[in-house]
Write a protein that binds this ligand. Structure first.
Ligand SMILES: *Cc1c(COP(=O)(O)O)cnc(C)c1O
Length: 390
């Protein structure tokens, strides 16, 4: 999956869908960690990364993990969620949200997303609650924050835990507050394509000292005590991040503000370019939201076959794209789950007609303009009539 995520190439190599930015500072810090012998996870880099990152998202505690998926899994485990419990997840998200609920033996319950922000619909969430519901997993999809006020109210009334999936939302804000520490536990990913990256990696953040201790313990094989006498009273996981990865993360974190500003500028260019195109829909940014824009996705008119034609023509012009997430309730292994009650029209539409365009910390504004021009012209030629010029 990480193939093609590299610097922009020469004029003849295709524009990748994700253009990251790693510099000399990342290389220097990683080399320093190796030279100092900090190649495991008990060195100063992991600790400093946990401290600095949790401070940026205004959480009291951070526990670095080997991936965002690991962060979600250990969070659910730290809350003691298990068989017989239901966890509400948005239908439109990455499969890790579903997988991690299954890892702990709980039952996922899918809820459709809002047609404007593409995030968990608070009203539909309320309607999906049963006596077995234990937690809600709001996902700040593509960097856009979930309406956390509404969701936290629901969680309070029904006594539910909130596990924020902020894997795509480093630097995103809900009503001026960074996402991640708005629920009980928040999970970030530092996978290669995310807003900041350590190659693979993740972090759990929380305001609760108790949940931080549970997470810390479970993410490293549940050692019973500092003395490491190899007696374990419960099952744990090895989900540690290494110091070399954390060193890269520290360098990336220094540039988070710069990255988010760049991403927001690029998103605005796309938005402006598609404003007069009735056949191209984009994710709205709510008045209370500040998105870090993990990706930029357009929704095309018509279904999957038209999207394929647009993607094929863009590829011919040297522009890589990727399809949007496939709805969870339609995952081929989904039918044996009983989480799919009801209909999911918004998630279905995004899954069939969403197309993700080139983006990233290292992409140039000139490239964004060129891609936007190409998308407009391809959509007009492939979907004549849909823009009123039949
Ligand atoms: C990337 C992602 C994850 C998983 O993170 P990994 O580091 O790839 O394991 C979870 N949820 C969402 C919404 C993501 O985008």
């Amino acid at each position: 999956m990480a193939r093609g995520h590299r610097k922009e190439g020469g004029p003849r190599s295709p524009i990748p869908v994700c253009v990251p930015s790693y510099g000399e500072r990342e290389a220097a810090l990683a080399a320093r960690a190796v030279r100092e012998g900090w190649v495991t996870s008990d060195g100063p880099y992991v600790r400093e990364f946990e401290e600095r990152f949790s401070k940026v998202v205004r959480a009291a505690h951070g526990v670095a993990t080997s991936s965002g998926t690991a962060a979600l899994h250990v969070s659910l485990a730290a809350l003691g969620i298990g068989p017989g419990d239901e966890v509400i997840v948005p239908d439109f998200t990455m499969v890790a949200c579903l997988d991690t609920v299954l890892y702990v033996g709980a039952t996922p319950v899918f809820v459709d997303v809002d047609p404007h922000t593409w995030t968990l619909d608070p009203v539909a969430t309320e309607a999906a609650i049963t006596p077995r519901t234990r937690a809600i997993m709001p996902v700040h999809i593509y960097g856009h924050p979930v309406d956390m006020d509404a969701l936290r109210r629901t969680a309070r009334v029904h006594d539910l835990a909130v596990v924020e999936d902020a894997a795509e939302a480093h630097g995103s804000e809900f009503r001026g507050v960074p996402v991640g520490a708005l629920g009980d536990l928040g999970c970030f990913s530092f996978y290669a394509t995310k807003v900041i990256s350590t190659g693979e990696g993740g972090m759990v953040v929380t305001r609760s000292a108790r949940l931080a201790r549970r997470t810390e313990r479970l993410h490293e094989l549940a050692y019973a005590s500092e003395s490491r006498n190899y007696r374990h009273t419960e099952v744990g996981f090895n989900y540690r991040l290494t110091d070399v990865q954390a060193a890269v993360g520290l360098a990336q974190l220094e540039r988070l503000g710069e990255f988010v500003r760049h991403r927001r500028r690029c998103a605005r260019l796309y938005r402006e370019a598609f404003e007069g195109e009735p056949s191209i829909t984009v994710q709205d940014e709510a008045s209370w939201a500040k998105s870090a824009y993990w990706v930029f996705t357009v929704v095309l008119p018509g279904g999957a076959s038209l999207r394929t034609r647009v993607a094929t023509e863009l590829a011919r012009r040297g522009i890589s794209t990727r399809v949007a997430f496939w709805p969870l309730h339609r995952q081929p292994f989904g039918p044996r789950l009983n989480g799919s009650r009801g209909a999911f029209p918004v998630s279905d539409r995004l899954g069939q007609s969403g197309l993700t365009l080139p983006f990233g910390n290292g992409i140039s504004e000139e490239t964004i303009r060129a891609v936007a021009d190409a998308v407009r012209s391809v959509v007009r030629s492939v979907a004549p009539g849909s823009n009123g010029h039949s």
